[in-house]
Design a protein around this ligand. Structure first.
Ligand SMILES: *Cc1c(COP(=O)(O)O)cnc(C)c1O
Length: 384
């Protein structure tokens, strides 16, 4: 079995008859059949497209799964996974959750499918055990969580969920298979926002789901086609091209994020640095066990400043761009309260510690010294 770095470069595609070492972008929407009812490997591009399949196979291989499916966005992947459930099903989710997933649960599927979601404090296994009921069909976990970067004991979560007959979905957008392969821990479905690290260049909106169990893979593939929120061929090509350097990017993201997190800890203007790679992180030991090769490129900080101070800090940054999203080669900074988690109610944001002083940094692959200089200049302006 080749190493991950080799798989990243080669997985999912064998040169075709032309010898092209990179997969072509097949734009054809349909494929000739030799006789009625006798299609070839492809019929219609919603149900199967060779370029999309190259990306899907590559991702499945990197995750150690049997089936990979690519979608038009991370939320399209989430929506399709939720269609596995019957109307009225119960879900248990950990509280710290991407705002868009929360919105889909509470503002869409609650109404359209009667899904009921119970939220438990992130990582609280006793609360999880107490929350699962006979009608619980799914346990939803993010790893690490967005934006508080909490880490949960995946094996224990899987054990509790499976004992109750529920599937486990892990949104591993922040980890990527370079850091963590949830299927190896017994997770049933891994979902990704391909928009982030997998594509890695902030130029594709995409999503994916990967499973190990072939029967579950067939059910999801059926839904992918039936619902139709598929990734287009051009995005699939770009996503596969991004995947080819995932190992290089994640190694650099992780190395620079750790260095920056460590440096930020020494600054008086910063009241808290949240990064699983720091010994000060409450689940640092667990994080080291789960993530063998680093702790990713996202860190969050709380500034010791009021809203005006936070705005002054943000306006002085030159390299860190104030923008939604994460996982690209360029560094970004965001304020979850007004951006990714703006869809939560103000009460929920307050309860979960998502105030204006909380900022989330996506550390890019620029020179880490330059990034630190950028942050230092902005912090120097805080008191003025
Ligand atoms: C961005 C994100 C999503 C949603 O993905 P889109 O591609 O934006 O639809 C889901 N989960 C996490 C953790 C994310 O960061």
């Amino acid at each position: 079995m080749p190493q991950f770095d080799t798989q990243s470069v080669h997985a999912g595609y064998e040169p075709d008859a032309t010898g092209a070492v990179m997969p072509p972008i097949y734009t054809s929407t349909t494929f000739i059949q030799s006789a009625p009812g006798q299609p070839g490997p492809y019929e219609y591009a919603r149900s199967g497209n060779p370029t999309r399949q190259a990306f899907e196979r590559a991702l499945a291989e990197l995750e150690g799964g049997s089936t990979g499916l690519a979608f038009a966005s991370g939320l399209a992947a989430t929506a399709t996974v939720l269609e596995l459930l019957d109307a009225g099903s119960h879900i248990v989710a950990f509280e710290d959750l991407y705002g868009g997933v929360w919105r889909q649960f509470e503002r869409v599927r609650n109404r359209s499918a009667g899904l009921r979601v119970s939220y438990v404090p992130t990582g609280d296994l006793a609360a999880l055990r107490a929350a699962v009921r006979p009608d619980t069909k799914l346990v939803w976990v993010e790893l690490p969580t967005n934006p508080l970067l909490e880490v949960v004991d995946l094996e224990a979560v899987v054990q509790i969920a499976h004992a109750a007959g529920a599937l486990v979905v892990a949104d591993a957008t922040f980890a990527t298979p370079y850091l963590l392969k949830p299927l190896d821990f017994g997770v049933d479905i891994v979902v990704h926002s391909v928009t982030k690290y997998l594509n890695g260049h902030s130029d594709v909106i995409g999503g994916a789901a990967v499973v190990k169990d072939a029967a579950l893979g067939q059910r999801l593939a059926y839904l992918q086609n039936a619902i139709g929120a598929v990734m287009d061929p051009f995005s699939s090509f770009l996503a596969l091209r991004g995947l080819r350097t995932l190992h290089l990017r994640m190694a650099r993201h992780s190395e620079s994020a750790l260095r920056i997190a460590d440096w930020l800890q020494g600054r008086a203007e910063v009241s808290q640095v949240i990064y699983p790679g720091l010994p000060s992180h409450p689940q640092h030991i667990l994080a080291c066990r789960l993530f063998a090769k680093g702790h990713g490129g996202v860190l969050s900080v709380r500034l010791a400043a009021d809203a005006a101070g936070v705005n002054r800090f943000l306006s002085r940054l030159k390299l860190f761009a104030l923008a939604e999203s994460l996982g690209g080669v360029e560094s970004l900074i965001s304020q979850p309260a007004s951006m990714s988690h703006g869809s939560l109610t103000p009460e929920l944001r307050a309860e979960r510690g998502l105030g204006p002083e909380l900022l989330r940094l996506s550390v890019g692959v620029e020179d880490a010294g330059d990034l630190i200089e950028d942050l230092a200049y902005a912090l120097d302006g805080l008191g003025r």
